[in-house]
Write a protein that binds this ligand. Structure first.
Ligand SMILES: [Zn+2]
Length: 310
């Protein structure tokens, strides 16, 4: 058998995560324990509590089937890799001044946060009226939101792959997240309810803080509004994608060209194989189902994953 490069790891299980949520601790309507309960009912195992400008570790919510990630939204989302480190300082407050557009200031702030144990995700640039000039100079982000369900309700600003590609085309190594950013201002049966629309499927060996965080850092996940990406690997020079039922499977790269497989009308695909020529620079897989929902893999730079070396 040819050597395989696993882009999603071969071993482990998928855990469903909402990595952007608000509770009564800031401007959300659900208490943290109510959030946990309803998300658990909907098949989630991981939730990051990213209340505005208030850092909190909700470890009291953890049980065998649920893991709460300590986090905070300071416009950028910060996820805590080391929740036991400098806890008091984090709880006293770690917010930056609001000095957008000042890359030196923000990059230095992100570096300080990194030293405290945080990784940073750039949220909903489309909704925030951000453009290329606002984010092109940012360094040290581990991810960017490609989909934000709350923003989808708010102006149809949810899906924004362009900003992600722009950052990638500058050579930045960063992953992409789909999130809810739920505030729950509407009841669950209202079509404007902002829960359960954007999620991240994290593949990890076990449901522990360190295993889940390790997988998040390494990009062992994909993001979705619904469709599944079951497997993703490269064998020889062939990219293999296995999915749930979708209509389109595309490979986006650092060029206008793309690779694609499209179902006939009324039919569905559950996978595709693409031959890579080595000139893609990076690849990322985008799948679209019959409802118009997308699933997105992370982007992988071929030099980083050792393509062509075996
Ligand atoms: Zn938010």
């Amino acid at each position: 058998m040819k050597n395989r490069i696993f882009l999603l790891p071969e071993k482990g299980e998928f855990y469903k995560a909402n990595l952007h949520s608000h509770t009564t601790i800031s401007d959300g309507r659900l208490k943290p324990e109510e959030s946990k309960e309803i998300y658990k009912k909907h098949g989630y195992q991981v939730m990051a509590f990213t209340d505005h400008r208030i850092y909190k570790n909700h470890e009291d919510l953890n049980d065998e089937e649920f893991l709460a990630l300590a986090a905070v939204e300071v416009d950028i989302n910060l996820y805590d890799i080391k929740p036991d480190y400098e806890r008091e300082r984090k709880e006293r407050g770690i917010c930056p001044e609001r000095r957008y557009g000042n890359f030196d200031y923000i990059n230095q702030y992100l570096e300080e946060m990194h030293e405290l144990g945080f990784i940073a995700c750039y949220n909903h640039p489309y909704w925030s009226l951000q453009n290329y000039d606002d984010y092109k100079g940012l360094k040290g982000l581990f991810a960017m939101e490609i989909y934000n369900y709350g923003c989808e309700h708010d102006g149809l600003y949810g899906y924004n792959p362009q900003s992600y590609d722009e950052m990638l085309r500058l050579g930045n190594r960063l992953w992409c997240l789909a999130t809810d950013d739920n505030h729950n201002s509407y009841p669950f049966d209202n079509p404007l309810c902002d829960s359960f629309g954007g999620f991240t499927m994290i593949k990890a060996e076990e449901l522990t803080y360190s295993a889940i965080m390790d997988s998040i850092i390494k990009g062992h996940f994909y993001s979705s509004m619904g469709p599944e990406i079951k497997e993703l690997y490269i064998e020889g020079n062939e990219l293999v994608v296995k999915t749930g039922p979708v209509q389109k499977i595309y490979v986006i790269m650092d060029a206008t060209r793309c690779y694609r497989k499209v179902a006939m009308p009324g039919e569905t695909l559950t996978g595709a194989k693409f031959t890579l020529d080595g000139n893609e620079n990076y690849i990322r897989v985008e799948c679209k189902d019959a409802n118009g929902f997308f699933a997105n893999s992370n982007a992988y730079f071929l030099t980083d994953i050792g393509f062509g070396e075996i």
